[in-house]
Design a protein around this ligand. Structure first.
Ligand code: SN0
Length: 313
């Protein structure tokens, strides 16, 4: 496996869910696999879960880990070719990635979107350059348009908590003070489409996700209607794809409350975290949710991805 950038890189996502459940039961079984192997994690943006879960996943496999916070500690990287570098960027991504990849066996990179230039963001400029210049496999730690490690953990979590076949899973937009990426909802939709669930997406008009992501998935503009009979509510804010990067609404009536959860089939509440309390969902909803075991699953799903990469080195 040369890259993990979306569910499209996974030959059989449902089989991976079964495999990760086995790995979770016996996480130290492959401690020898990563001996003398090093994972490099490169962050252009902040991270808590991705950083710590992926690091721990590597340790479980016997690997060593190096972390570079390029956003704060590294040289400012130039992304464009042919630039006369007399401005603020000090090193070209070409040398930086080639050098980093000589020091490690797998490299992970986190790079959020600009939210100003949709074409550039959806072309995955930074992630693509890492893939182009790296000599070793590349794992997305959340790119401009996707967060596959999150999507994989979410599919595992739904699988573990579902009490019936083909549960109804609702992805609900919720308000937020800042413009956020579409990466998490994009990944969630793609991984749910790969699983066996009845997926419904609900959001105010103007928040439609990219057509190449949403495909035939049902969109319901009335949140209350979407919640009827739901077994899982997955809340997330994202900024508009159509009016790219813009906040079109901060409507507090979209906040997930206990009253709204009563419309569901005793649904489990999920969120990728970090969550803004009493904006995305109320305290009571979060305190009665499965967000903590959901975050725990980030460890095992990351571990399976690293294991697959180590096995193909
Ligand atoms: C990121 C996002 O993609 O929405 C990472 C989620 C895993 N979230 C944020 O940037 C939240 C920032 C905030 O101000 O709450």
């Amino acid at each position: 496996m040369r890259k993990f950038t979306s569910v499209k890189d996974v030959p059989d996502p449902r089989l991976w869910v079964e495999e990760v459940k086995q790995l979770k039961k016996n996480p130290f079984a492959y401690k020898a696999l990563g001996q003398n192997k090093v994972l490099a994690l490169v962050f252009f943006n902040p991270s808590l879960r991705t950083r710590m879960s992926t690091q721990r996943a590597a340790y479980n496999l016997g690997m060593d880990v190096m972390v570079l916070n390029v956003g704060t500690d590294g040289w400012k990287l130039e992304m464009n070719d042919g630039t006369v570098m007399d401005g603020t960027s000090q090193e070209h991504v070409k040398e930086a990635v080639e050098v980093i990849s000589q020091y490690c066996d797998i490299v992970g990179v986190r790079s959020f979107p600009s939210l100003t230039d949709r074409d550039k963001d959806y072309q995955e400029e930074v992630l693509s350059k890492f893939i182009r210049y790296s000599k070793v496999p590349v794992v997305s730690l959340e790119s401009a348009t996707s967060h596959p490690l999150q999507g994989f953990a979410d599919l595992l979590t739904v699988n573990e908590y579902q009490t019936k076949e083909r549960p109804k899973v609702v992805l609900s937009w919720a308000p937020h003070p800042k413009a956020l990426p579409q990466a998490v909802p994009n990944a969630f939709v793609e991984w749910m489409q790969a699983g066996d669930v009845d997926l419904v997406v609900t959001h105010p008009k103007g928040y439609e996700l990219a057509p190449e992501i949403i495909k035939q998935t049902r969109v319901e503009y009335e949140q209350d209607k979407a919640f009827e009979g739901a077994d899982f509510i997955y809340a997330k804010n994202w900024s508009s794809y159509e009016q790219y990067g813009q906040i079109l609404s901060k409507d507090p009536s979209w906040t997930i409350t206990e009253e709204k959860m009563k419309l569901t089939n005793s649904a489990r509440f999920m969120h990728c975290l970090p969550i803004r309390r009493n904006i995305i969902a109320t305290d009571a909803v979060i305190d009665n949710s499965i967000v903590i075991p959901q975050a725990e699953n980030r460890l095992y799903t990351a571990q399976l991805v690293l294991k697959k990469m180590l096995e193909s080195l």
